[in-house]
Write a protein that binds this ligand. Structure first.
Ligand SMILES: Cc1ncc(COP(=O)(O)O)c(C=O)c1O
Length: 492
């Protein structure tokens, strides 16, 4: 290994800048030639500088030539920053990380234990890899109507039932800032010598502040998917995959999976932004995150003063399945207003304020590591005040009793078999008893009720329809009105 630079260094970004600064003869792609041949509108919108830094892979002195190349050094610095044995820069988001994790696991087995409310990219990873999932339910919060994390006890039972599992895949933190007991989950997985894969898409920042819950690698996770763009602020679509030491997963298998799943023309702007964002987080993260946490603390107090609004805070960590709480997610509980989160969000949109997510009971606002959270949150607080004041009186509101989803149907085919096999669209009355070829996830709480390969039960069907009739929403179905369903054609 070459001499390792310190975290303030940005070797890959510097190499891009050095290349662009030399004004080299660009007799290579991309055809805009560093801006010289660019469409004027592109130039005007994105700037000459961005174009000059758009440099292809395998360029000497950037990611080719004497090793370690600046690209290798940048990834080594990322591994050091997160405490990984090896880190990879991804150009297709954390989604690519989940796909690669599934493909890597499939190299050593055919079955995997999966938290039921994983992101859709993990389900796609099951399709890509052909793995047969054994799903485990996360803890449900009947009060808020949302799903939290998986408990070590639930994982223990699932792994007992799946002795051939090649690994376990869980999510932490959730969309709502609930952090799992990753240490406990890792102990359970490791007791059976299987790797724990944590989708930490929402937690790339956790490694950089003592005020935040411990991050997954520090708690013993073996492979961690990190959506670096979400909170740390690299460019959209850029992400990382971190592998722990310990050899529960083969580094070369993971490497091959990543290569298979990405373009041979990775975008240097995305990669450069990862190098810079890593340095920013490692050098200034603690100070920046302290400001964000402080600003959000005041914002929470201010939002609680607005009639009908409450906010999630550290009290979340007392709920089942929640080990700790990430304060960078501002989850506003709107139930006391008598309106839904969708209604309040619409009023915010009218004021040009766009939260990350609206649900039946909550609105989620996301704050980035480097923003002056106090000032920006004040804008959100003011808009929320006006939105709540503008709500029509006597709104019906989400009065529906929360009913936990029924058990999902038996898995008759792997998600891959259902995805690749013959399919047909049938009227909804004929779907019960058939094998689903697509997902159905009713919100709240957003746990998939049906995934490709599962037989549709009457109970599930009734539940989804009742929920829709009461104003819930459906994700995943190609016909969102649920008049038809896409099912597998079974051999007779
Ligand atoms: C838990 C989780 N994992 C993975 C992803 C995919 O991340 P990306 O958009 O970076 O591909 C998301 C996206 O929201 C997510 O919420």
């Amino acid at each position: 290994m070459g001499q390792q630079p310190v975290q303030s260094a940005t070797p890959y970004l510097d190499a891009l800048r050095a290349y662009a600064g030399r004004s080299p003869g660009r007799f290579h792609v991309p055809g805009h030639k560093g801006g010289a041949a660019a469409d004027p509108k592109i130039k005007e919108a994105f700037g000459e500088r961005a174009l000059s830094l758009d440099i292809p892979a395998l360029t000497e002195g950037i990611d080719a030539g004497p090793e370690p190349t600046p690209f290798q050094l940048a990834q080594e610095l990322a591994a050091e920053a997160w405490g990984a044995a090896r880190s990879w820069f991804l150009i297709n988001g954390a989604s690519q990380g989940n796909h690669a994790a599934c493909l890597s696991l499939a190299q050593s087995g055919a079955e995997v234990v999966v938290q039921r409310n994983v992101h859709s990219s993990t389900i796609d990873g099951l399709i890509v890899s052909g793995l047969r999932p054994y799903f485990v339910a996360p803890e449900l919060d009947p009060d808020l109507g949302i799903a939290h994390c998986l408990t070590p006890a639930a994982l223990d039972v699932a792994l007992d039932a799946t002795p051939a599992a090649t690994g376990a895949m869980v999510v932490s933190p959730t969309y709502f800032g609930a952090v799992a007991d990753v240490r406990g989950l890792a102990e359970v997985a490791h007791a059976r010598s299987v790797p724990l894969i944590v989708d930490e898409a929402w937690g790339a920042h956790l490694a950089f502040s003592p005020e935040l819950p411990e991050h997954a690698l520090a708690c013993g996770a073996d492979l961690v998917v990190s959506s670096t763009h979400k909170i740390i602020g690299s460019f959209t679509q850029s992400a990382m995959l971190h592998l722990a030491g310990g050899h529960r997963l083969d580094e070369h298998v993971v490497d091959r999976a990543i290569t298979l799943l990405e373009s041979t023309s990775p975008n240097s702007l995305l990669l450069g932004s990862l190098d810079a964002a890593r340095s920013y987080a490692a050098v200034r993260g603690a100070e920046l995150l302290a400001e964000t946490v402080r600003g959000l603390r005041s914002a929470r107090q201010a939002i609680r003063q607005i009639p009908g609004l409450d906010v999630l805070d550290e009290r979340l960590a007392t709920r089942p399945g929640v080990h700790a709480y990430d304060p960078l997610r501002l989850v506003v509980d709107v139930r006391g207003t008598g309106a839904t989160g969708y209604q309040v969000a619409r009023l915010l949109h009218e004021r040009d304020i766009f939260p990350e997510l609206a649900g039946e009971n909550v609105i989620v606002a996301v704050f980035g590591m480097g923003e002056t959270a106090g000032d920006n949150a004040a804008r959100l607080v003011a808009a929320l005040e006006r939105a709540v004041a503008a709500l029509p009186g006597g709104e019906g509101g989400p009065e529906r009793e929360f009913a936990p989803p029924p058990p999902w149907g038996p898995l008759e085919m792997t998600p891959r078999e259902a995805f690749l096999g013959a399919q047909e669209v049938v009227p909804v009355e004929q779907a019960v008893g058939r094998i689903a070829a697509e997902s159905l996830a009713a919100y709240p709480p957003g746990i998939p009720n049906v995934l490709p390969g599962e037989r549709l039960t009457a109970e599930t069907w009734e539940y989804v329809q009742t929920l829709l009739a009461h104003g819930g929403t459906l994700r995943g179905a190609s016909d969102r009105t649920l008049r038809t369903a896409r099912v597998a054609v079974e051999a007779r």
